[in-house]
Ligand binder design. Sequence first.
Ligand SMILES: *Cc1c(COP(=O)(O)O)cnc(C)c1O
Length: 379
Amino acid sequence: MHAELLRTLPKPVCAYLYDTAALRARVSAVRAWLPASASLLYAVKANGHPDVVATMAAACDGLEVASGGELDLALAAGARRLVFGGPGKTDAELAAATKAGVLLNVESLHELHRLAALGDNPAVCLRVNRPGAGLPGSHAMTGTPTPFGIDEAQLADAMRIPGVRVIGFHLHAVSNNMDGTAHAAFVTDALDWSARTAAALGVDLRTVNVGGGFGIDYLHATDRMDLAPLASVTVPDGIDLVFEPGRYLAADAGWYAAEVLDVKTTHGRTFAVLRGGTHHFRLPAAWGYSHPFTVVPVDEWPHPYPRPQARDTPVDAVGELCTPRDVLTRGQHVDLLRAGDILVFGRTGAYGWDISHHEFLRHDPPAFVIVQAPFPKET
Ligand SMILES: *Cc1c(COP(=O)(O)O)cnc(C)c1O
């Protein structure tokens, strides 16, 4: 949690810490559980900080990008291999990706026509929204009406579009699945379905991309999806089975730290008002849960006036925005919490800063501190 480092930051403390050694350690741990021949890409949208992207470009087999901006970042990071997905790619993005030799995951027949019109005859994977292939998790993307992928009933028509070479399927299905056994069954089923469908459509099958979606349980300090069942998935010869998780690789390598500016009680409820909030870390508000925090006590209080504090009571950790929805945590018990102490929110390395509405109220952004043990670098 880097408490000593946090106490040395400029006050009032407001920072994201990203630990690149922790990123690399998680990549190694995940690789150890995946089938030996599988490819591991990192989904850049979870955290696009350039140092994180560079670390993952080196540690993983490649990167998954979802926009022209992420594509530029990934190219700058020197990724060995890139895939590009997303339902709304522009012609400029398709052209840039094709030029860079990126494998596109194509999301509709219209997109196939537009890609073919560029004239490069690129290899592509078809992203498919299969019926009945859902998984438990927080954001289902397949097996239900969504903007993602091609309906299975339209695959035969997709194959009739000349000017692209279909080499496989992309079947990313869910976000934040906690059930490793169900995930392994999903991957095995994805491989079987891909082989059957490729045979029926006349596809020379090379790639089966099963996406990401490995889950993290934010309410319990270290709980996450058990990857062990994935190790026993059998990958047919000649098939590149691709995983592209984001959250699971990056979440535990990030901490969001915010100093307590004020502590007060109104109508019987106690609030810790932070230098920070949901404009930096939107996930708890977006998902409707309380993100646990740890208190880093700061004993100095150089002021002549009393120090606001709460003792042995539940507090709500709220931000500096002028809206009652700027809440990171509700009702977490504290023994002692004072203005000037620092709250640290762990597991914020994925979908933290990157999904937040930074400009609302125009407060200063947090500092971003890259921990490269033993020397931290502030950017
Ligand atoms: C978001 C996304 C991922 C990563 O999902 P996680 O839940 O972070 O693992 C992978 N592939 C695609 C296509 C995505 O949209």
